[in-house]
Design a protein around this ligand. Structure first.
Ligand SMILES: [Mg+2]
Length: 437
């Protein structure tokens, strides 16, 4: 059985949304994924889990909550929303007060393949457990070069469970809340026009790419020649009187030299205007990076430099040129903004479903990297209304047997054990036992 999408795709989510769209993995195309509406990707396979509409409930309710959070004006009365959850028995089996947060790479995936225990871990959370309860979960990933929607499609195919792109919080996701704050922005990184589309999807009204600036004046980057395709995609515009209000590095730069040249010019400019130089170096636009990972793993034997390295380069060149330090904002784990945003999604979810405005009482956060996952979760726990309980798995970056630089509350072999541990701990609490710390 396939669950397909008979509904026409609305152009804007500003229209009231009663249901998430259901797309099967074979139907989901790049174009359909870019539509700005809550979506659940459902596997094509004959897997009993994939076919059960109830296993889509978690994904669906989080998709709708995220839609409400990102487009508050489209918010509907709670009564309407409850009518749309397929039936009450599905709603009553969802636990309201604790959730799981997962890192993706090294937890569910290793070298592009799903780790063996991953499917069962999600089956259990989706209700295949003794109590028949469903536990909500979200993914927090610093990601690399793909949109939440593409990552979601990959994951649904690999895990055979319905997943919603709205369950993904990538490094650049918190930037979606800044679409109303800045009008004209420079967006850097990623393949082709992809990040421009992501930014426009996030609500930014006037999105400029380095390609637009090079098309305007090729001498901005003397060694860079746009390909025919890049030239066609870049927009024709006179930038003489345009003030760029902010710079967003959404994904890894594909051309460090040109991107650094343009970023530095703007940082040192008067009010973000190309061709100007500030006398005080205090008039440039702010710069935001989607994450701060200096290196990342590829199929090559050694790690490669990533976005955090570009940030270091920009800071060093700015200092060299101006004698001043530049103030940079980086999102992604371990930054607070990413955990804040995840909290707000789950808070909205609880408000939608249970009419309770509080965030979840407990978040079990499962990751493989002590420096980002465990550090971020532990630090966030200190000033969060929710408790964040860090769990380190041994299927990724962390070397079993070594002393992690940031100590998790618990270390387990893999994600399945992490899920079993958290759920058992909650069961003991409900039974009045004092659980392990
Ligand atoms: Mg990881």
């Amino acid at each position: 059985m396939q669950i397909s999408a008979p509904m026409p795709v609305p152009q804007k989510a500003q229209t009231a949304t009663h249901h998430a769209r259901h797309l099967s993995t074979s139907e989901a195309t790049k174009e359909s994924l870019f539509a700005d509406t809550p979506t659940v990707i459902v596997p094509d396979t004959e897997s009993p889990v994939g076919c059960s509409p109830s296993s889509a409930t978690i994904a669906e309710t989080i998709a709708l909550a995220r839609g409400h959070l990102d487009h508050p004006n489209a918010q509907e009365p709670l009564d309407d929303f409850e009518d749309d959850i397929s039936d009450d028995s599905q709603l009553s089996s969802i636990v309201p007060d604790y959730v799981f947060g997962f890192d993706l790479d090294g937890v569910f995936l290793r070298g592009g393949h799903v780790i063996p225990e991953a499917k069962e871990a999600l089956r259990i959370l989706n209700g295949d457990n003794d109590e028949g309860i469903k536990v909500p979960y979200i993914f927090l990933t610093n990601g690399g070069g793909k949109t939440e929607k593409e990552r979601c499609l990959d994951l649904t195919r690999q895990l055979d469970v319905p997943v919603s792109p709205e369950q993904f919080i990538c490094g650049h996701t918190p930037m979606s809340e800044m679409g109303t704050e800045y009008h004209t922005v420079l967006v850097v990184g990623g393949e082709g026009e992809k990040c421009r589309h992501v930014a426009e999807n996030y609500g930014f009204k006037d999105v400029i790419t380095p390609g637009d600036l090079i098309k305007w004046k090729p001498s901005v980057c003397p060694f860079r020649k746009l390909t025919d395709e890049e030239y066609a995609n870049s927009r024709t515009r006179d930038f003489t009187d345009v003030n760029i209000e902010a710079i967003f590095v959404f994904a890894d730069s594909r051309d460090w030299a040109s991107d650094a040249q343009i970023i530095l010019e703007l940082l040192m400019s008067k009010d973000g205007r190309m061709g100007t130089v500030s006398e005080t170096f205090t008039e440039g636009p702010p710069i935001f990076f989607a994450h701060n990972d200096v290196v990342w793993s590829t199929s090559y034997d050694l790690t490669r430099y990533g976005m955090g390295a570009l940030r270091i380069m920009i800071e060093a060149l700015y200092k060299e040129s101006t004698g001043k330090a530049i103030d940079v904002t980086s999102y992604g784990k371990p930054s607070k903004a990413t955990f804040d945003y995840a909290t707000r999604v789950m808070q909205q979810w609880r408000k939608d479903l249970f009419n309770d405005p509080a965030p979840p009482r407990m978040v079990y956060f499962v990751g493989d990297t002590p420096e980002s996952d465990i550090r971020g979760s532990n630090e966030y726990d200190k000033h969060s209304e929710s408790q964040w309980y860090s769990i380190l798995v041994e299927t990724g970056v962390y070397e079993p047997g070594t002393e992690p630089m940031y100590k998790p509350r618990r270390t387990v072999a893999n994600v399945l054990e992490a899920v079993r541990f958290g759920m058992e701990r909650e069961r003991e609490k409900r039974a009045g036992k004092v659980p392990e710390v």
